[in-house]
Each structure stands twice: as structure tokens, then as C-alpha cells.
Design a protein around this ligand. Structure first.
Ligand code: SF4
Length: 373
């Protein structure tokens, strides 16, 4: 079921004031809001599965899957139905009620790969799991096809504020992101959209992103809050690990401004202590991603999560606790091919990536082996 319409209108100043309020007051208020709208004993366990890894033409500065960066990831083409079914069954057996399938694409293109993804969705939906996909930009028609196959949610993160976005990605515009979210919403899919902190953005950027998300009507059903995991070979490889206090503030503020949304404590958990994660749950996080990898970056072992659930008295949220399971409908068949959508490439410059060419890499290696004073 999609979110109810949200009447509360937030301003940037109000969100900034919340974010900067004394930490324990902020957590207390967020915990109250959380208890009003959610079962605080339940946390959803989701599994993120990379169904097509690496070789992405985009230039997201945090992402090891961008083809232009020299990172150490195992690339793979689209996984087979059998492989995905096995992974989904394994995830379900170990407590996950949602499978999120990610493909390193700029946008969805009609054709055999998209048809294959539709098959994957049908397969996982039949296992009685919530199916989420993150495949890049989608048109309204593609979103409708995904919904018809039994997709429950579509993930498309805003990542950061509109202003700071330009520092992180030059191969598509913020308006493309919003358009995809709009297409997903019109197809009556649930919306999953959040961001990443620790990319060098200001607190104002974090709050502006929350303002944009909170101003969507209805608000997204899911908002993932990620802490950057700096990966060697990406432009953000030298970023400082985000502090747990920033993460708690971000989760608590998200919780308050989007009261009915599931706030997902996402990437960066290996950098957090169990006590830190407990504070995030207190502040309103209602979901974690399980499995030793989040697409390509490390994640806590499942056994560690179960131990933490045990300590905190938490239980895993069952599938479809907040909405009905989509009934797979017959394929939407179109007699024509959709006109290629006009996604933007706003002033795409790759200057900042030049140092990530082979030549740049050699130069960086040489300079890092020079003793520093
Ligand atoms: S975040 Fe997604 S779109 Fe961006 S480079 Fe990585 S795989 Fe491509």
C-alpha cells in the first residue's frame, strides 16, 4: 500500500534546527515519533543482491562499479534466474523478507536484459518476498512493466542535495532522479529513495536532501541512509569515515520529518559498533541490509546481526507488513518500441576523473611512494 498523503510542510530551517538540536533530545523525539507509527521491536532484514556488477557508464564519485575508476571488484553479467532464486531462498531462510536487486546501469533499456529482469522479479515475488529493484533511470512505461511483473518497490537515491549533487555526479541531473521517482510513483510502486552522508557535503546539503524527500507527496515509503564506504580507486577514496553521531543525527532527523517512512540503516555498518547501531534503532531505523556484502562493499556477517537482535530484543519484520503482496499480472505487451527517453548529461565533464586513468593511476602511485615530510 502506498503512503498516505503527508500534510506537514517542513522548511529547511526547521530541519536544520532539528538536526542541530541536543543529541539526546533529538533521539528522544525521534524515538517517540517512531513508536507512534511503527513497531519499535521490529526491524526489517533485507538482502541486497548485485545482479549485474561493474562496467557502469556513470561517474558517481563514490561508486566502485563505475567503469572509469580502477577498482578491485568482481564484475559479472546478469545473473541467471536459477542463481537469483538460490540467493533469494537463502536470504529468506536466514531472515530476510525483502530482496533488493541492483544492476549497474545508467538506465533501463527495453530488450532481452530488461525482459530477463522481469523474469527475476516474477521468480522472487513467487517466493513471497518483497522485491525491490535498483536499475538506474526508468520511464513511466518501464515502471509499469516492473509493477506488472510483481515488483514491490523501486530504489532510486537522491544521494545528496541538488547543489552538492553536481560535485558527485556529472553524467545525469538531479531532475532526472526526480523524474524517475515520479515515474515509479505513477506506476503505483512504492518508492525507496535516500542518500549517502560523508561525501564531503555540508550539514545543509543533508538537510536539503531531506527537505526534498519530505516534500514529495506522498513521502517515500523507504529512505535508506548510507554512510560512505570509501573505496580505493574512486574519487572519494580518501574521505574520512563518517562519525556515528552524524549517522544518528541523520537517522533521527529523517525519522521525524518522514514519520511513516521506513528509515533504512544501510551502507557503512561495518564502521559502526553494536552500541552505535543500537542508537540508530532507537532513533528510528527500521531496517538493515544483511549479508557479508552490500553490492560490492563489506557488510556485517549475518550471525553478528542475529546476535545484536538478540541482545536488543528485536525481531525481523515479516514480508508485506506494510503493504499487500503484488499479484503478478500478465505481461504488458507493447506493439511499438518506446521512444528513447531524453535523460540529461548536464555539462558532463570528466576532468575530475582524469587522475583515474591509467596514466593518472601511475602518477598517484609514484607520488604516494614518495616519503611525506
Ligand atoms: S551508483 Fe549506480 S549509476 Fe552510479 S556508477 Fe554506481 S552503478 Fe552506476
Amino acid at each position: 500500500m502506498n503512503q498516505e498523503s503527508t500534510n506537514r510542510v517542513w522548511t529547511l530551517n526547521e530541519i536544520m534546527d532539528l538536526y542541530h538540536s541536543p543529541l539526546l533530545d533529538l533521539v528522544y523525539r525521534a524515538a517517540q515519533v517512531h513508536r507512534e507509527h511503527h513497531n519499535p521491536r521490529e526491524v526489517q532484514i533485507s538482502t541486497l543482491l548485485s545482479i549485474k556488477t561493474g562496467g557502469c557508464p556513470e561517474d558517481c564519485a563514490y561508486c566502485p562499479q563505475a567503469a572509469r575508476y580502477h577498482t578491485d571488484i568482481d564484475k559479472n553479467d546478469l545473473l541467471s534466474v536459477k542463481e537469483v532464486k538460490m540467493a533469494a531462498m537463502n536470504a529468506k531462510e536466514t531472515g530476510s523478507s525483502r530482496l533488493c536487486m541492483g544492476a549497474a546501469w545508467r538506465n533501463v533499456k527495453e530488450g532481452k536484459d530488461f525482459d530477463h529482469v522481469l523474469d527475476l522479479i516474477r521468480t522472487v515475488n513467487e517466493l513471497d518476498m518483497e522485491v525491490c529493484c535498483t536499475l538506474g533511470m526508468v520511464t513511466k512505461r518501464q515502471a509499469e512493466q516492473l509493477a506488472s511483473a510483481g515488483l514491490y518497490a523501486y530504489n532510486h537515491n537522491l544521494d545528496t542535495s541538488e547543489e552538492y549533487y553536481k560535485e558527485i555526479i556529472s553524467t545525469r541531473g538531479y531532475e532526472d532522479r526526480l523524474e524517475t521517482i515520479d515515474n515509479v510513483r505513477s506506476a503505483k510502486l512504492t518508492v525507496c529513495s535516500g542518500g549517502i552522508i560523508g561525501m564531503g557535503e555540508a550539514v545543509e546539503d543533508r538537510c536539503k536532501m531531506l527537505l526534498t524527500l519530505a516534500s514529495l507527496d506522498p513521502q517515500p515509503e523507504s529512505v535508506p541512509v548510507n554512510a560512505l564506504v570509501p573505496v580505493e580507486g574512486t574519487p572519494l577514496e580518501e574521505q574520512q569515515i563518517v562519525s556515528i553521531w552524524d549517522m544518528v543525527r541523520m537517522i533521527a532527523t529523517t525519522r521525524i520529518v518522514m514519520p511513516r517512512t521506513t528509515v533504512r540503516l544501510s551502507a557503512g555498518r561495518t564502521q559502526m559498533s553494536q552500541e552505535g547501531q543500537a542508537l540508530c534503532f532507537m532513533a528510528g531505523a527500521g531496517s538493515i541490509f544483511a549479508g557479508d556484502k552490500l553490492l560490492t562493499t563489506p557488510n556485517p556477517e549475518r550471525s553478528e546481526d542475529l546476535q545484536l537482535f538478540d541482545i536488543l530484543g528485536l525481531q525481523a519484520t515479516p514480508a508485506f507488513a506494510k503493504g499487500e503482496r503484488p499479484q503478478g499480472k500478465p505481461d504488458l505487451v507493447y506493439s511499438d518500441r518506446e521512444a528513447a527517453p531524453k535523460w540529461s548529461r548536464p555539462g558532463h565533464v570528466i576532468d575530475k576523473n582524469i587522475e583515474y586513468t591509467e596514466k593518472g593511476k601511475q602518477q598517484r602511485k609514484a607520488s604516494s611512494s614518495t616519503p611525506k615530510k
